[in-house]
Ligand binder design. Structure first.
Ligand code: ATP
Length: 238
């Protein structure tokens, strides 16, 4: 397992946001957490990237206990997060945002940096077209792409994607999910948090359902997509 999450509990004051959450992500796969609003999906991702403190439990990345590591150290180890919504630096250009994603690497003039930039521009041609535009003036979908591109600039082994399809038009949703599969096929392990359960289950190798802070079901994407309870609650009953 590249990532092992064991009995994770996180509180906001007295509110238990997640309770005893355990799952693993195998290297080279796409794993997804699905669940309704407030189920604890974002909290789980924030905890994995080091932005929230753990009350109980353990996070192991590639054999190293990272439970109490700073976000910067986690990025250096190879975990980077694409935040929910418009998580870009609005006053900076597209290119400057992408450079921020590569900030942990001190090789901005190197071949590796040029290759990563090229990879992001190939995945998201729109970002290449808008290289000099300030992020704040781009559409929601474009900013979502920029947030994903920025996360990839850290050359992560594991990328954490928080609701990449949120607020996007149906055509763009298809496109974003196809890009997620492509990113994975290029060798990056993906942990995807989504409310768009149908698309997420279709793309994911393994999947978990979060309900009020707890994992209530786990399986392959295909298994959960065929599970009557999952269908009724998350797939519009068909
Ligand atoms: P959504 O899909 O709506 O983003 P989610 O599954 O990502 O939801 P979280 O944002 O992780 O859910 O929230 C889990 C629980 O923790 C919710 O009950 C939420 O109200 C609570 N919570 C989240 N952030 C805070 C905060 N900063 N302070 C207090 N409670 C919070």
């Amino acid at each position: 397992m590249l990532l092992e999450v064991e009995g994770l509990s996180v509180n906001y004051g007295h509110i238990e946001a997640i309770r005893g959450v355990s799952f693993g992500v195998e290297e080279g796969t796409i794993a997804t957490l699905i669940g309704a609003n407030g189920a604890g999906k974002t909290t789980t991702l924030k905890t994995l990237s080091g932005l929230r403190k753990v009350r109980e439990g353990k996070v192991v990345f590639d054999g190293t206990d990272i439970t109490n590591l700073s976000p910067e150290k986690r990025v250096k180890l190879g975990i980077s997060q694409s935040p929910e919504g418009r998580g870009c630096f609005p006053g900076m250009t597209v290119r400057e945002n992408l450079d921020m994603g590569a900030y942990v690497r001190k090789d901005r003039r190197s071949k590796a940096y040029a290759e990563d930039l090229d990879r992001v521009f190939t995945l998201f041609p729109r970002l290449k077209e808008r290289e000099k535009q300030v992020a704040g003036s781009m559409s929601g979908g474009e900013q979502q792409m920029l947030a994903m591109g920025r996360a990839l600039m850290a050359r992560p082994r594991l990328v954490l994607l928080d609701e990449p399809s949120m607020g996007l038009a149906p055509k763009l949703i298809q496109q974003i999910f196809a890009i997620i599969t492509e990113i994975n096929q290029q060798g990056t392990t993906v942990l995807l948090v989504e409310q768009n359960a149908a698309q997420a289950l279709k793309r994911a190798h393994t999947a978990h359902v979060l309900e009020t802070g707890e994992i209530v079901r786990s399986g392959t994407g295909t298994e959960l997509a065929g599970d009557p309870a999952v269908k009724a609650a998350y797939l519009g009953g068909d």
